[in-house]
Design a protein around this ligand. Structure first.
Ligand SMILES: *Cc1c(COP(=O)(O)O)cnc(C)c1O
Length: 385
């Protein structure tokens, strides 16, 4: 859904590039922050969805915190104005140097995923004469019912501490003088569209909290992670997800201890729909069974289809043709998986037509590669064009 005026601007901009609809981003954040406030939930935006500094400044301006998975993300968040008191740092493999820097910056919390890491955080904090705040990322063994590559909350996944390891972790924590346990953290996967999954998570978290209560342990923070899915098929009709309903599930089904604060870490749901990858048709090539549209953008700009068979709506935004044909839409990269969609109905396409790959604001620009020595595509906000 792009105006004729905007398409004219696209035509004057070298392709491929990312276009971010700032008005939609702001509207999404307004709705998300209003719903979070209503349900008294603190949001930490997951930077890995999109760490474009311009976007981060907008997100930060709405008062969100930051969820980071590398020290460069932590430093980027600080640079873009997120207060350190609202930065959490997760990840299964934080290096000593990363932990060291984060301890010195005084971030709000490490979401820690193993006994081994907890001991290292304690040792590093001791060396710096600091006390680090830690939340345990627990693997709740809840199936997110999403693509298996983006499922993280099952016992077979590498993420989190399993329930049977917790007793040992608590013993170790007693010896850690430079750590305070301030929370429990859960993140079960991404692009979760069945909200019942979050209800199941809540019920499981209640059991886990009971396990801690039985041992007289009460933590001040509960972090439910991210994972809220979006509608890739209808980006115009469903541009903004129902944050009120999503946050409401946590309020409705979680048993929360007195004074306990709720946190979430949405990534995709905040930024996916505001982003579009604009590309140009370099060639239309006749195949044996199908016709190929070869774009000047490929998996190096948007890897999700190649990496986990994701769907992105593809639109020819300049064709005037009334007739549609079936095309395979592919990129120029030397990999057979470099394909955005097979047998897609599109208006008859000519060399030079512009294409929009929709819902590309999350895990698009942030996952870009320079494989084939490709030049990184630029990202523009609406006001830049
Ligand atoms: C990726 C990730 C998120 C964000 O997930 P979305 O599906 O983009 O909402 C949140 N928390 C953690 C720990 C993550 O790894």
């Amino acid at each position: 859904m792009f105006s004729a005026d905007l398409i004219k601007k696209f035509k004057n901009t070298p392709t491929p590039f990312y276009y971010y609809d700032t008005a939609l981003l702001n509207k999404t954040l307004q709705q998300a922050t209003a719903a979070a406030k209503k349900h008294d939930i603190e949001m930490h935006y997951a930077l890995k969805a999109n760490a474009n500094p311009r976007l981060l400044k907008v997100i930060q301006s709405h008062g969100a915190g930051a969820d980071c998975v590398s020290i460069n993300e932590v430093l980027r968040a600080i640079e873009c104005g997120f207060p350190v008191s609202k930065i959490v740092f997760a990840g299964v493999g934080k290096s000593d140097e990363e932990i060291s820097i984060a301890v010195n910056e005084g971030i709000f919390c490490f979401n820690s995923e193993s006994l081994e890491e907890i001991e290292i955080i304690d040792a590093i904090a001791a060396k710096h004469h600091k006390k680090a705040q830690v939340a345990l990322r627990i693997n709740p063994n809840v199936n997110a019912h999403t693509h298996h590559y983006i499922t993280t909350g099952l016992e077979e996944n590498k993420f989190g501490i399993n329930m049977w390891e917790l007793e040992k972790v608590l013993d170790a924590l007693k010896k850690c003088k430079h750590i305070s346990l301030v929370g429990l953290h859960f993140h079960i996967g991404s692009q979760i569209t069945d909200l019942n999954v979050f209800k199941t998570l809540c019920l499981r978290v209640n059991e886990i909290q009971q396990w801690f209560a039985d041992r007289n342990i009460y933590v001040p923070n509960l972090n439910l992670g991210g994972g809220l899915g979006i509608d890739y098929y209808n980006p115009d009709q469903n541009a903004i997800v129902d944050f009120d309903k999503y946050f409401g599930i946590f309020r409705q089904f979680l048993k929360i201890n007195p004074g306990q604060k709720l946190h979430t870490e949405p990534g995709r749901a905040l930024v996916a729909q505001c982003g579009t990858l604009i590309a140009k048709a370099l060639y239309v090539k006749k195949g044996i069974q199908s016709n190929f549209i070869i774009l000047d953008a490929g998996m190096t700009e948007l890897i999700r289809p190649a990496l986990y068979q994701s769907y992105h709506k593809i639109e020819n935004i300049t064709s005037k043709a009334a007739e549609t044909l079936k095309y395979d839409v592919v990129g120029p990269i030397c990999e057979s998986s470099d394909c955005f969609g097979k047998a897609i109905d599109l208006p008859e396409t000519l060399r030079g037509d512009l294409f929009a790959l929709r819902s590309a604001g999350a895990y698009g620009e942030s996952m870009a590669l320079d494989y084939n020595l490709r030049t990184r595509a630029k990202g523009y906000l609406a006001e830049d064009l």
